[in-house]
Design a protein around this ligand. Sequence first.
Ligand code: ADP
Ligand code: ADP
Length: 235
Amino acid sequence: MIEIRGLAKSYGDHQALHDVSLSIRPGEFVVVLGPSGAGKSTLLRCINRLIEPTAGDILVDGTSLSSNRRDLRLLRRNVAMIFQQHNLVKRLSVLKNVLVGRMADLSPILSSLQLFPEADVKIAMHCLEQVAMSHKARNRADALSGGEQQRVGIARALAQQPKFMLADEPVASLDPKTSRTVLNYLKKSCKESNIAVLCNLHQIDYALEFAERVVGLSAGRVVYDGAPAGVSGDV
Ligand code: ADP
Ligand code: ADP
């Protein structure tokens, strides 16, 4: 369970988030919907402390996390993130890219030698199967299409075995058909692994199609929190 309490963020004198509170249950697929500039990206980046919130608390399983190193390690262990640009390492194989998601568990010496324990390779291959990419495990990452690369990005995040997945506009650079495929794999694989997802989208049609719950964000405030069926066009 992830709880966000009273989260606020200001950039100088511009307040991008105002008093955001949310609880997300294990396995829940939540879409954060809002126009560009609403604060979606700021919300996700505050949750995993890529940026420091101005106020508020983030609790993982009841424990409030500060920015000290121990708490940050715990947070990074439990929270995976997917970006619009998947940032795969181009020259490496698909499988090695996914093994990067296991980094926290791997010996630094073994991984610098690119020697990976069998058990980690097994987990990575399973994650690739979840997004139907295991047949390309030995291909170079830069030989894949955009949609395939994003699926590998999802596999890399799954390999971290997180409780919580943050996806910041994961399909913004993909065509509609590929976007639906990627969102399907994201939802299905996180369901299988009981991972809660907070996924930023600006397209209302994808939100209605995939979300179990929609959080509408407008000018940094939560203006809707509920079933997709209750969403109107003006969030
Ligand atoms: P969204 O992801 O919904 O497009 P953002 O979280 O990126 O929204 O931005 C929310 C608001 O905060 C916008 O007005 C944006 O210009 C502003 N903002 C975002 N990042 C910064 C930053 N690093 N410095 C100053 N203002 C920022
Ligand atoms: P998106 O809308 O996809 O989140 P943006 O173009 O708003 O992306 O932001 C891209 C980068 O620029 C982010 O790192 C964000 O923090 C930063 N940024 C956004 N708005 C501002 C701003 N007004 N001043 C400074 N940095 C900003």
